[in-house]
Design a protein. Structure first.
Length: 258
């Protein structure tokens, strides 16, 4: 008989994470898209990327098929906006799309690209706004059991609306950004509707994934639920108020909803 070693088949943790994220997005009504990793240099101008931004330093293709596929993308946002625009031009009243795609970043000593994966989510329609997209992000993070999730307002990203954009943090790590696409960017694509997108780093999502739940015995004493009315100034955000409540609870708080 022939002798040899056999290995057990199966999916890697990264593949399982992709399947989990994809199933979560599809459950919320989002359709998967697959886009090319090659883009045009003009796409950076369309998303209002600054001329001195690091994301403009892309790998150039030596023998490109054309100008539209001459460089490797460093962001998934233009690819998502292209597909949203195509659906809008087809007179589709709404669209909900997602993609787990790669970006190609430089900086390695050997001159090769660092291939990172990104979870890109995009949508438009009558039932879509900033808070709906925020709910999608919260659902994704809840499915992977991420802890210490918080959002901070982002007003310096030229691709997004300065008043409808937020950064996503898990613990102390920034994992992405989401919000409404800047009206000038939408105008560059010829779209009059409000476009909403999210960009989440797949590697950070892998790190943010929580452990499997452990079931414990029910407590002897019932939980105490309390309703509190709070009056705040205009500058106080929901995230800041939640942090304040959690700090005041000193570890006794199980859940807070505003």
């Amino acid at each position: 008989l022939v002798n040899g070693e056999t290995t057990q088949g199966g999916y890697t943790s990264e593949q399982k994470m992709e399947q989990h994220l994809g199933a979560t997005c599809r459950t919320m009504g989002y359709n998967e898209i697959i886009t090319y990793s090659f883009i045009s240099p003009t796409y950076y101008d369309k998303i209002r990327c600054p001329q001195d931004a690091a994301r403009r330093e892309s790998f150039k293709i030596l023998n490109p098929l054309g100008e539209d596929t001459s460089i490797m993308r460093t962001t998934v946002l233009p690819s998502m906006l292209e597909i949203l625009t195509r659906n809008y031009n087809y007179r589709n009243k709404s669209a909900k799309l997602y993609e787990i795609g790669r970006i190609y970043l430089g900086g390695r000593e050997d001159g090769l690209a660092t291939e990172s994966k990104m979870l890109s989510i995009g949508a438009y329609g009558e039932d879509m706004d900033f808070f709906v997209m925020k709910g999608v992000i919260e659902a994704v993070l809840s499915e992977i059991r991420a802890k210490n999730v918080r959002f901070e307002a982002c007003m310096d990203n030229p691709s997004y609306h300065p008043g409808r954009c937020a950064k996503v943090f898990v613990g102390g790590s920034e994992i992405g950004v989401f919000g409404q696409i800047h009206p000038l960017v939408a105008q560059n694509y010829g779209v009059d509707a409000e476009l909403y997108c999210a960009e989440l780093d797949f590697g950070q999502l892998m790190c943010a994934k929580g452990a499997d739940p452990e079931y414990v015995a029910l407590p002897k004493f019932p939980a105490v639920t309390r309703d509190i009315a709070v009056v705040c100034g205009e500058a106080v955000t929901v995230g800041a108020l939640e942090d304040c409540i959690r700090r005041g609870a000193k570890g006794l708080l199980k859940e807070v909803k505003l």
